[in-house]
Design a protein around this ligand. Sequence first.
Ligand SMILES: [Fe+2]
Ligand SMILES: [Fe+2]
Length: 191
Amino acid sequence: MADVFGVLARDHTEVKRMLDDLEAGPTAATGASEDALARRRTLLQKLITAESMHEAVEEQYFWPAVREHVPDGDALAAHAIAQEQSAKLELDDLIAAHPLQDRFEGLLSDFVAGAREHIAFEEERVWPLLRGVITAEQANALGGRLRAAKRFAPTRPHSNTPPKAGLLKAAGPVVGAADRMLDRMTGRDRG
Ligand SMILES: [Fe+2]
Ligand SMILES: [Fe+2]
């Protein structure tokens, strides 16, 4: 069973691969066909689903653990949650845009840059500090909680929901169930 770092690293690898693929294009400006643009939009939806679930469970369980265990964890968590919140707002804009619109690629490259910076902040600044202060048992237990919460996590950004752990834990499964119903109705879950 993966511990908290293994669970998060697997998500990060998946997200980074999607960021690379989206960055590689082709885009409307570089002559993408209609099919290629449709695939681009599907890939973006997959990224939004992966990213939304990942950040939701981090906000429910990971950042509270950082605040509890890491000296200066409050400041680290606040910085990361601010990054996550601005990513959600960028995703809202991207959801409302279309790959054929001029603004789409600009929004996307801003999002990709911010997402990479956020992942690097977590992996390089935060993980080593948390790793140094929690036991293997605590890391395993936290990994288990993240895995369990992901099963019910929201699949959309929900930038209007304040990123408070208690609120997200209470509302997350309800919002997640509504998201999944919408995903089924719109065929998004079939990608
Ligand atoms: Fe995050
Ligand atoms: Fe993360």
